[in-house]
Design a protein around this ligand. Structure first.
Ligand SMILES: Cc1cc2nc3c(=O)[nH]c(=O)nc-3n(C[C@H](O)[C@H](O)[C@H](O)COP(=O)(O)OP(=O)(O)OC[C@H]3O[C@@H](n4cnc5c(N)ncnc54)[C@H](O)[C@@H]3O)c2cc1C
Length: 393
């Protein structure tokens, strides 16, 4: 808790803490600490039930305006909420993509009808979402999207393939970047469609990851349909909307993560004390640097959130993404070095990993998803610093 916290914020903190203490008990007590990167398979149904319980008490989407079902929490209060949630060891949230990516996008760019249709089930955790951007030939080069959609009468028909689609199996809906103007190329002619996942035209195939689990999937659209009105922005405006969603993903959405990172760091420091690795001056130096990185990251996150409070997040949100992605990957490497030779051996089956092994393996992806480090550097160079654009082939 900060020394200079206002009385209102102190009261908010007490309210969050009390509620979590009272409610993360009984049937939900065992959900504490479950889930998270590389452990997304853990107790999914229990975490879903917990999040619906939070929703019923008004503790989801706390940063959204009250008129859309949120609490209109200030930036400071959102920080407090995430701090207290992590301190209470709350289970990893299942509705992250809806609450932090699609919801803010619809609030900013959707129609009144879309807000009325899609926001309440996100607040209530009744409909989960997934993000249909990447394709086999369109990752960093997202403008190369080939999935196409055609409007006929009252519906769009979608054909194409997405890949690396996180939580597609659990999601009821997907926001899909697709080409709606035949013959268009690059950023032009794209649209942002909202497509139901549970229909015959959608085939989902899980991909096994390094950790042995399958958070992400291939998704094939083969004549999938969605209503004509399920388009955010006008036809052809998909690039603009897709970039706004990425701004939310790279910025404010990571706030909860920052607090989790602090706990992970504490875990690695405790491990170093237990194993005696803390006596190694090189490891001690790396732990100190990691702690400093954590503080820098926290300040960056707060700055990003202040930017969001002042309007839509700008390209500066790439700084946060670059900083936390790199920091977390290095923490995974540090954890393995603190473990030493023991880190090389799995507890049982090939993927029966301990927390530190899982952290190491999963955090390799932190510098890739939501845009790789190289892409964040390009954005910072070109759009924040105004440096010359990279040569395009
Ligand atoms: C855990 C995880 C979850 C994900 N979840 C989702 C999801 O839910 N939905 C979704 O749509 N996608 C998701 N992704 C995909 C992710 O967005 C892409 O992996 C990412 O954008 C990179 O694209 P790519 O994998 O095609 O790599 P590529 O674009 O092929 O890049 C390969 C390498 O080349 C580098 N590179 C590429 N272009 C440039 C350039 N211009 N300058 C310098 N270097 C360059 C990259 O940095 C990278 O190192 C997820 C990925 C991961 C790892």
């Amino acid at each position: 808790m900060k020394q200079n916290e206002s009385p209102a914020d102190r009261a908010f903190r007490a309210e969050v803490r009390d509620w979590l203490q009272t409610n993360l008990s009984g049937e939900f007590a065992h959900a504490r600490g479950l889930g998270g990167p590389g452990r997304e398979h853990e107790a999914f149904e229990e975490r879903l039930a917990w999040e619906r319980h939070m929703a019923a008490a008004g503790w989801t989407c706390v940063g959204w305006p009250a008129e859309y079902g949120g609490r209109g929490a200030t930036v400071e209060q959102q920080v407090i909420f995430h701090e207290e949630y992590a301190l209470a060891d709350g289970p990893a949230r299942v509705n992250h993509i809806g609450e932090n990516l699609l919801g803010p996008t619809i609030i900013a760019f959707g129609t009144d009808e879309q807000r009325a249709r899609f926001l309440p089930p996100i607040v209530a955790v009744e409909e989960l979402w997934c993000q249909g951007y990447s394709e086999p030939g369109a990752g960093s080069d997202l403008a190369n999207v080939q999935t196409r959609a055609e409007l006929s009468g009252d519906h769009w028909t979608v054909n194409g393939q997405k890949v690396w689609t996180s939580l597609a199996l659990e999601a009821a809906w997907c926001f899909v970047v697709c080409r709606t103007e035949p013959g268009s190329s690059r950023h032009r002619g794209l649209s942002y469609l909202l497509v139901p996942m549970r229909q015959d035209g959608v085939d989902i195939r899980p991909i096994v990851q390094l950790t042995g689990t399958s958070e992400f999937n291939e998704v094939f659209f083969d004549g999938a349909r969605t209503d004509a009105g399920n388009i955010v922005g006008a036809p052809g405006e998909g690039w603009k909307i897709a970039m706004a969603t990425l701004g939310f993903e790279r910025g404010v959405a990571t706030l909860g993560q920052q607090v989790g990172f602090a706990r992970e760091f504490q875990g690695v420091a405790d491990l170093a004390r237990r194993t005696g690795a803390i006596d190694d001056p090189l490891l001690r130096d790396r732990l100190t640097r990691s702690y400093m990185g954590l503080e820098i990251m926290r300040l960056n996150a707060v700055r990003t959130m202040a930017g969001v409070a002042a309007g839509a997040p700008g390209p500066e949100s790439s700084i946060s993404k670059l900083v936390w992605g790199t920091w977390h990957r290095e923490l995974g490497e540090l954890a393995m070095d603190v473990l030493g030779a023991a880190g090389l051996v799995a507890d049982g089956e090939p993927c029966n990993l301990n927390d530190w092994q899982r952290l190491f393996l999963f955090s390799r992806s932190d510098t890739i998803y939501a845009g790789s480090n190289e892409i964040q550097r390009n954005i910072i160079a070109e759009r924040v610093l105004g440096l010359p654009r990279e040569a395009r082939g």
